[in-house]
Design a protein around this ligand. Structure first.
Ligand code: SAM
Length: 432
């Protein structure tokens, strides 16, 4: 094992002492006390119904105000950030209840199948830290306005970093290989370390054009990431939207390798190792023209097949989840409820405004997006099929139910009226 890959000695405690007896500072041992730079104000008030990833609902909006306790002049800290179209948000899953110690989890997209925590984006992880790539809408003073988020209201934010495709997207680093190389990996490792140097060297002088604002169109995005909002807006009279979350209904866990080139993409598949516990671990490579299937080489990680660092791969459950997307319907009653948010009737004035959505159409679109992705937990899907499901989006409190392949919205109330009803109910039932 070389020095470069040998794991360093683990410090035993935050106050681990050095050979000379000095106490190591917490920063050196990685035990830092964090201080949130701000708290998210978001259109999602609870975990229920909050999208599992930001790409599910482009219209989900939020604001982050940098705290004065962190920087006297918060606006100084965001200077220049407006030149970026997207930002990484690092945050704490503060509503997890407790820190998780489970090594395996059941991601909803796997519908009950277990996998290692670090192969998922589950909120239940040892350090409860979340990472979301959000669209940066605008900056006003020390307030950052975001959209396409999956964080609930009140989420503590630890850091914000600009998204820089050249650094953050491996596909842009190296020219893709002409063809998949299944030979010795050794020469490829050289290529890889070379590419890492390219990415990590922040001290290197940069070309002037690197500092120009980068606006990335969504066209380059994976088609799976194109939200259903767009499709919905195209077909504005429809109350039904079906998004193919899953092209493949099988419960296989494949491994997809995507060759991101400007040419047409086609798929190749390689068996990495024999099926285990009902899971077929095929490796799919999106490249070339013909779909072919090759035999296992007995290795477990695609990179050990000599695949270039420029090749991006993910397990297929991420893309071809066994959980299908749902048709979303609104009952006529729910449609009427929603229209009331548009009402100009004076008596409705206090209960018709959205805080984050700009129109009823946007709200409907966001509700559809959230439900099409099936926001239920695996437990709920399996054991509470006949139960009503409630969630809040902006100022709308939504009641719906799920049937086979669909979700139906039954009622949409303003959160204020729901609170009032609960309050009145508790007053009525209170002992005199
Ligand atoms: C699957 S996580 C993914 C978050 C992030 N994109 C990531 O990959 O780290 C998103 C889910 O976390 C939950 N969530 C969002 N904000 C939270 C918070 N502050 N505390 C606990 N759970 C939260 C919501 O239920 C949401 O659906």
């Amino acid at each position: 094992m070389t020095d470069a890959v040998r794991p360093s000695e683990e410090p035993r405690s935050p106050l681990a002492s050095t050979p000379c007896g000095c106490v190591k500072p917490a920063l050196e041992t990685g035990n830092i006390l964090t201080e949130p730079i701000g708290y998210i104000e978001s259109c999602f008030s609870a975990k229920n119904g909050t999208p599992r990833q930001p790409t599910i609902c482009n219209l989900s909006r939020a604001c982050l105000r940098i705290r004065k306790s962190v920087f006297n002049n918060p606006e100084h800290s965001v200077m220049g950030l407006e030149q970026f179209s997207h930002v990484w948000v690092l945050f704490v899953f503060h509503k997890n209840g407790h820190l998780s110690s489970k090594a395996k989890v059941q991601p909803p997209r796997l519908n009950g199948t277990k996998t290692g925590i670090f192969s998922t984006r589950s909120p239940h992880r040892p350090n409860a830290i979340g990472l979301t790539l959000a669209k940066l809408d605008k900056i006003e003073g020390g307030a950052i306005y975001l959209s396409g988020i999956d964080m609930i209201n009140g989420t503590p934010v630890l850091d914000i970093k600009p998204y820089i495709a050249d650094y953050d997207s491996p596909r842009d680093l190296i020219e893709p290989l002409d063809e998949l190389n299944l030979q010795e990996r050794e020469p490829k490792q050289k290529d890889f370390s070379h590419s890492i140097n390219k990415v990590d060297n922040y001290e290197q002088p940069q070309k002037i054009e690197d500092f120009r604002p980068q606006y990335h169109s969504t066209e380059g995005k994976n088609p799976e990431d194109q939200t259903e909002e767009k499709k919905y807006l195209k077909d504005k009279d429809s109350t039904k939207v079906k998004q193919p979350l899953s092209k493949c209904k099988s419960s296989r866990v494949d491994c997809i390798l995507e060759r991101k080139t400007n040419q047409n993409k086609n798929e190749r598949q390689i068996d990495l190792h024999p099926p285990k516990e009902g899971i077929d671990s095929r490796l799919s490579i999106v490249e070339g023209d013909a779909a072919t299937k090759e035999n296992s080489s007995g290795t477990h990680h695609p990179s050990s097949l000599g695949i270039s660092a420029s090749t991006i791969f993910v397990p297929s459950w991420v893309k071809d989840s066994p959980v299908t997307s749902l048709d979303v319907r609104f009952t006529p009653h729910a449609e009427m409820d929603l229209e009331r948010f548009n009402s100009e009737d004076e008596k409705d004035v206090n209960i018709t405004s959205f805080k984050y959505f700009r129109s009823v159409k946007e709200a409907k679109c966001a509700i559809t997006a959230v439900l099409a992705a099936d926001p239920r937990s695996v437990y709920r899907r399996k054991h509470c099929q006949d139960r009503l499901f409630y969630f809040t989006l902006d100022t709308a409190h939504i009641t719906c139910w799920f049937g086979d392949g669909f979700a139906e919205v039954l009622r949409i109330k303003h959160t204020d009226t729901v609170k009032n009803t609960v309050w009145q109910c508790s007053l009525q039932s209170a002992p005199s």
